[in-house]
Each structure stands twice: as structure tokens, then as C-alpha cells.
Ligand binder design. Structure first.
Ligand code: PMP
Length: 436
């Protein structure tokens, strides 16, 4: 059922890696977040593959940080963007435009329950900013509960929600309480969702006035290390938070659109329906796009206020986003993620039996994590992970890094990733670990 893959990269005549690197050092700001000792100069992408300036092909198992959902330069998305660009590139929501409402309608049709009102923004950070703002206005409370090790964004507001030490800055955090991470592998209570949930209740009782504006969590922590929250956790916590009058926000920036294989949205794997859902990344297959979806009741608080940003839901991104939703449906990507993902996780678990350095294999669908440890005490294999990460790149496989020590490989490829790709990835990992 997969489109045949017959792509030949075009001869590249652009700037070479050394020159790009020189200019990056000169004109782009420094950051700890750049990947690879000798950075890759990626010049072309096609579905699940990327090409560097020499024409070398890489299997992209990280999808531009879980962003390229239906495939690099997917033809349907390219066509939609080109067609809309030729007609009208920009207008804002102060006027009417059919692409914006068509996209909103299609997105609302994917949501369960009463989640039917859509606001478009440009990124995951902005989506979470707006969600937090809505929760605070709707409830009249300030306090927010977030998980340790969560990533929700890098703006002045959302950086407070983000619970990772590496992303902390000396700015006011604004009434944000970080509760224990219900991480079945590393969390102190293992998979015991009830004990983690009790800790949330205690935080509300002892750390706040007794009322909170809301609770926010990724169902599958991404940057924090590809962690699937302990089963049943969200149901218990949503009940506790709603009892205090707070609203529940699901950050689906990484886990939506069928990537988990079993469900369209990550929160559905925990049997809950949030009050507000935020999304970005995969919604645009690389176009700068984000969205907040909520109920008419919560949205009504915005009717006497101005909610606006210049680019949110612009025609080109809307046309592209609509094409993404249609392509994922047409190509039955959710079922495909389940199918390929189950083979991949089985093979990774078999590899775990062979190599002690693989401490944990987790996740579902094409939303997987492989945690590397040095010993039975789960000491993060930080140095080994760094070597393996480079080696995989040399072998033509790009994975993501996650966790506090960069010792978790995040495997979240474009959803067109095949079983052959999965085999290639596992064989490369086996080869690299065997030669450590
Ligand atoms: N939420 C989650 C779960 C994310 O992974 C990210 C980005 N890594 C964000 C929010 C922020 O998205 P953006 O980078 O588009 O602002």
C-alpha cells in the first residue's frame, strides 16, 4: 500500500557544509541544541529520507523533531502549498478566508467530545501560551500544575511550564507547580498511577490556595525522554484537578495524528477527554503551524477579549495543514504506525536481550524510546549514547536524543516509515552497539 520509492537526489550546487557552518557561527546564535560534532548539511528530503550535499541518503527516524508527519515534501502537501501560494499567500483572521475555516472544520472533526472550537497559532509554544491563558481566564485562578521533565515551550510563560533543568532561566515562573513524573522506568512509584496522582492532590492542597487554573501534560513526554505516562494516571489526575475547578490541558504537540498507532490522539490512550488540546509540529508536516482546540464554553471567555496573531491560520499553512490531514487519512497512517511500530518494538526488545546497554524500550506506534544505561542501577550511559548517536549518523540513520542525560534515543520517524526501514534501523543499532 506504500507509494514506490524511486527518488534520486538532484545534483547539488549550493553552499558546502564548511561554509554553512562558518556562516552559522557568525550569523546564528550559539545553542547547546545543535546536533552532531560535524553538523549535517541537509539539502533535500523525500518522504522518510534526507540527503546531504554529497547525495548520501539518511533514514530520518526523528522527522525533524517529530514534525514531518506524512513525509518530507509529501506531494499532496507541496501541491496544496504551491496552489494556495499562487492565489493568495496572506490574509489574517480579521477577514474571511475559506482555507482557514475548511482546515478548522477538518480538525474539529478529528476531536472527541465537545472539543470543537479551534484557534490557530504558529508553534507549540504559542499554543501552550494560549491554553494557559484560557485556563487562567476561565477559572479566575493562576496556579498551574505541570510535570517534572515536561517540555511545553521556550517563551517567557511556557518556559515556566517546562520542567527540565536544562531549559530553566532566571525569570519569574508565575505560580507553576511541578509534580512528580509518572515515569514507569525511572519514577519512584514505578507504574503506580494512584501514588503519583495523590502527589498532585497534595500539591494542590498544600502548595496552592486549594484552587488551580489547570493541569498540563504531554501523554508521551518527548524531550524529557520518550516517556509514556503510567497507565491510568491522567484519568485520576483529571478528576482531582476538575474537582478543584481547574481545567485539563493535553499537549499533543508530538503525540497526535495517529502516531501512537492505537489512537488518533495521545490522550485517548489514557481514556480521557481534555478540556483544552494543544498541537503543532506534525499538524503542518513542517509548515509553521499550531492550534488550540477547546470547548465552546471555555472559548466563550474569549468572546469579550481579543485573541489574534498575524500569521495564525494564514491561507498557505491552512491549505498545507488540510492536505496533511487528508494525506494521513488517505494513506491510513494510523494503522500503518501500529503495524510498523509493533514490528519495530518487538525487534528492539529482542536487541535489548542481546545488549545490556539497552535498559528500556518503550512507547507505541512510531513514538518509541530506547534508553541506554551503563549498569543494573540504570546509570545513564551518557558517553556511550553520544558515541552511538554519531555512529548511527555515519551508518545513515538519524535518531533523536532525549532525557536529562541525552541517553534516550527517540525514534519518531515520518509516518510513512516502512518495515524495511525499521529493520535497517535495528540492524544499524545492533552493529553500532556491537562495535562500541
Ligand atoms: N510541546 C511539546 C510537547 C514539544 O515537544 C514542543 C517542541 N519540542 C513544544 C511544546 C514547543 O513547540 P515549538 O517548538 O513549536 O514552539
Amino acid at each position: 500500500s506504500l507509494p514506490p520509492f524511486d527518488h534520486q537526489p538532484r545534483p547539488y550546487k549550493g553552499m558546502l557544509a564548511d561554509e554553512v557552518l562558518e556562516k552559522r557561527k557568525k550569523f546564528l546564535g550559539p545553542s547547546l541544541f545543535y546536533y552532531y560534532q560535524k553538523p549535517l548539511n541537509i539539502v533535500e528530503g523525500k518522504m522518510q529520507y534526507l540527503y546531504d550535499e554529497t547525495g548520501k541518503r539518511y533514514l530520518d527516524a526523528f522527522a525533524g523533531i517529530v514534525t514531518v508527519s506524512c513525509g518530507h515534501c509529501h506531494p499532496d502537501v507541496v501541491n496544496a502549498v504551491v496552489e494556495q501560494s499562487q492565489l493568495l499567500q496572506h490574509t489574517t483572521t480579521i477577514y474571511l478566508h475559506h482555507a482557514i475555516v475548511e482546515f478548522a472544520e477538518a480538525l474539529a472533526s478529528k476531536m472527541p467530545g465537545n472539543l470543537k472550537v479551534v484557534y490557530f497559532v504558529n508553534s507549540g509554544t504559542e499554543a501552550n501560551e494560549l491554553a494557559m491563558l484560557m485556563a487562567r481566564i476561565y477559572t479566575g485562578n493562576l496556579g498551574m500544575i505541570a510535570l517534572r521533565n515536561a517540555y511545553h515551550g521556550g517563551s517567557a510563560g511556557t518556559i515556566g511550564l517546562t520542567g527540565l533543568q536544562t531549559w530553566k532561566y532566571p525569570i519569574p515562573q508565575g505560580e507553576i507547580h511541578h509534580v512528580m513524573n509518572p515515569d514507569p522506568y525511572r519514577g519512584v512509584f514505578g507504574s503506580d498511577a494512584a501514588r503519583y496522582a495523590k502527589e498532585v492532590e497534595d500539591h494542590i492542597d498544600y502548595g496552592t490556595s486549594g484552587n488551580v487554573a489547570g493541569f498540563i501534560a504531554e501523554t508521551f513526554q518527548g524531550v524529557g525522554g520518550a516517556v509514556e505516562l503510567a497507565p491510568g494516571y491522567l484519568k485520576l489526575v483529571y478528576d482531582i484537578v476538575r474537582k478543584t475547578g481547574g481545567v485539563c490541558i493535553a499537549d499533543e504537540v508530538q503525540s497526535g495524528f495517529g502516531r501512537t498507532g492505537s489512537h488518533y490522539w495521545g490522550f485517548e490512550t489514557q481514556g480521557v477527554i481534555p478540556d483544552i488540546v494543544t498541537m503543532a509540529k506534525g499538524i503542518g508536516n513542517g509548515l509553521p503551524l499550531g492550534a488550540v482546540v477547546t470547548t465552546p464554553e471555555i472559548a466563550s471567555v474569549m468572546s469579550k477579549r481579543i485573541q489574534f496573531n498575524t500569521f495564525g491560520g494564514n491561507p498557505v499553512c491552512s491549505a498545507g495543514g488540510l492536505a496533511v490531514l487528508k494525506a494521513l487519512d488517505k494513506e491510513k497512517r494510523q494503522a500503518h504506525c501500529a503495524d510498523v511500530g509493533s514490528q519495530l518494538i518487538d525487534r528492539l526488545r529482542t536487541l535489548q536481550q542481546k545488549h545490556d546497554i539497552i535498559g528500556d524500550v518503550r512507547g507505541r506506534g512510531l513514538m518509541l524510546g530506547v534508553e541506554l544505561v551503563s549498569d543494573k542501577d540504570k546509570t545513564p550511559a551518557k558517553a556511550e549514547a553520544a558515541v552511538l548517536f554519531e555512529k548511527l549518523k555515519d551508518l545513515g540513520v538519524l535518531v533523536g536524543k532525549g532525557g536529562l542525560h541525552g541517553n534516550v534515543f527517540r525514534i519518531k520517524p515520518p509516518m510513512c516509515f516502512t518495515k524495511q526501514d525499521a529493520d535497517f534501523l535495528v540492524d544499524a543499532l545492533d552493529y553500532a552497539i556491537s562495535r562500541l
